[in-house]
Design a protein around this ligand. Structure first.
Ligand code: NAD
Ligand code: MG
Ligand code: MG
Ligand code: MG
Ligand code: MG
Ligand code: MG
Length: 331
């Protein structure tokens, strides 16, 4: 089994005496900043004026424009949205990096696809929590953490690996386990997972199931419960104990139907399409399209977002969730 790093694998704090600039104070940014600070590290925030800057100030951080935070820092963690990072890097980050700084990411996208080409005299690594930022913070406060991956892309100081592990410990991740990967592996598997299974695969599976029931004349409210609401309960069981625990917990009727009908839905053809999606990620086609659409004002992105927004399952879901205040979580 692959090596997992825990608390005692990281004996020195390579962040000590250094200033860490967290660029962006969104989902990941607020969590990294607060966890690192709670662990005794020196953290400043680099973000443009607005809601995020106000939130960071309110949380007690010194907030600077990105160029100034980068200048003041030894370790620069880039937590602006992926599509913003290229321009931000060129205009405000690169001119303010000096020998021996560390340039850090939570996702390998821009480095792996050469949107950002770092100078040779800085360390470049990633520390990527495997969960949303709000959980990175909440679990830390509760005494746990979200597991994380780390990878070194470039080691200018001879200490990049140690600094990366110290960073992972600083955000709490070594409490539950940190795994080593590469920028290529992290980027390509992350994109594939969210496209084929977690986000793209799941939303379209749920919608197709909903439409099938509604088109057959069943009530949309009933369809919503059967294909969307209950999904959480099933996923929670898989999260706790894999498919076996889930199948143990469901009725024999449901388990028999799982074996008989699952392979009729996700077929060898579906898997062939998954391989095509992976090939587009590996070749850089997906990244190229995403970056080009961003340069075009995200026209295609916004069109698809609008198209999906209007789906009947969203309207029915909003009404049903209003009756179930217990399902409501923080935004
Ligand atoms: P986010 O959208 O939640 O926050 C982005 C922050 O950047 C905000 O504070 C925003 O105000 C700021 N920002 C936007 N444009 C800016 C600009 N031009 N100049 C300065 N600041 C600007 O982003 P996020 O979801 O936290 O993602 C950050 C990084 O973390 C990405 O690389 C992403 O892939 C990675 N990541 C995210 C998650 C997640 O759960 N959200 C998980 C793992 C990795
Ligand atoms: Mg600097
Ligand atoms: Mg991911
Ligand atoms: Mg991702
Ligand atoms: Mg049922
Ligand atoms: Mg059973």
């Amino acid at each position: 089994m692959t090596k997992v790093y825990y608390e005692d694998a990281v004996t020195t704090n390579e962040l000590e005496g250094k200033t860490i600039a967290i660029l962006g104070y969104g989902s990941q940014g607020h969590a990294h900043a607060q966890n690192l600070r709670d662990n005794g590290n020196q953290v400043i925030i680099g973000v443009r004026k607005g809601k995020s800057a106000d939130a960071a100030s309110k949380d007690g951080f010194d907030v600077y424009p990105v160029f100034e935070a980068t200048k003041k820092a030894d370790i620069v963690m880039v937590l602006a949205p992926d599509e913003v990072q290229g321009k931000l890097y060129q205009e405000e980050i690169e001119p303010n990096l000096v020998d021996g700084n560390a340039l850090v990411f939570a996702h390998g996208f821009n480095i792996h696809f050469d949107v950002i080409v770092p100078p040779k005299n800085v360390d470049v690594f990633l520390v990527a929590p495997k969960g949303p930022g709000h959980l990175v913070r909440r679990t830390f406060v509760e005494g746990f953490a979200v597991p994380a991956l780390f990878a070194v892309y470039q080691d200018a100081t001879g200490k990049a690996r140690e600094v990366a592990l110290s960073y992972a410990k600083g955000i709490g991740a070594t409490r539950v386990g940190v795994l080593e990967t590469t920028f290529k592996e992290e980027t390509e598997t992350d994109l594939f997972g969210e496209q084929a299974v977690l986000c793209g695969g799941t939303t379209h599976l749920v919608q197709a199931g909903f439409e099938t029931l509604v088109e057959a004349g069943y009530q949309p409210e009933i369809a919503y419960f059967e294909v969307l609401h209950e999904l959480k309960l099933i996923v929670d069981l898989m999260y706790e104990g894999g498919m076996e625990k889930m199948r143990y917990s469901i009725s024999n009727t449901a388990e028999y139907g799982d074996y008989v009908s699952g392979p009729r839905i996700v077929t060898s053809e579906t898997k062939a399409h998954m391989k095509e999606v992976l090939a587009d990620i590996q070749s850089g086609k997906f990244a190229k399209d995403f970056v080009a659409d961003n340069a075009n004002g995200f026209k295609e992105f916004h069109r698809m977002r609008e198209e999906q927004k209007g789906h009947q399952i969203e309207k029915v879901g909003a009404e049903l969730r209003a009756m179930m205040p217990f399902v409501k979580k923080d935004a």
